[in-house]
Ligand binder design. Structure first.
Ligand SMILES: [Zn+2]
Length: 120
């Protein structure tokens, strides 16, 4: 998830703003205390990160950069590599297994554990 995407979450959930008898988050949710508001914003950020890291389609797998690592629906880690730079398609390697698999063989949904372009 990029800094801009996280900033977009914070932009929606600014505050808390006091309205006479109660306070509201920027999303209009009523919050009783500053701690409740901070927890609400933290939960919204975590949900956005989880959503951004969830892969449900082969097309999303294909869009990840080389050297990305995902955890598949069965709990195994897979790394994206290109065994032959001249070949257009990438191959996913199951950790501990030397045989590469094509994206359609990675059990979905998967969770992105490492994206070399976003996680630095
Ligand atoms: Zn909010």
């Amino acid at each position: 998830m990029t800094i801009d995407e996280l900033a977009a979450v914070l932009r929606v959930h600014q505050g808390p703003f006091f309205h006479g008898t109660h306070s509201r988050c920027g999303c209009r949710r009523i919050v009783l205390t500053a701690d409740e508001w901070a927890r609400h914003v933290a939960e919204e950020q975590r949900a956005a990160v989880v959503k951004a890291r969830t892969i449900t389609t082969v097309e999303q797998l294909d869009a990840l950069p080389m050297r990305s690592i995902v955890r598949c629906a069965r709990g195994f880690a897979w790394a994206k590599h290109s065994p032959n730079p001249r070949l257009p398609s990438a191959v996913w390697y199951d950790a501990g297994c030397e045989d590469g698999q094509y994206p359609g063989e990675v059990p979905l949904p998967a969770t992105v554990l490492y994206n070399p372009e976003a996680d630095q």
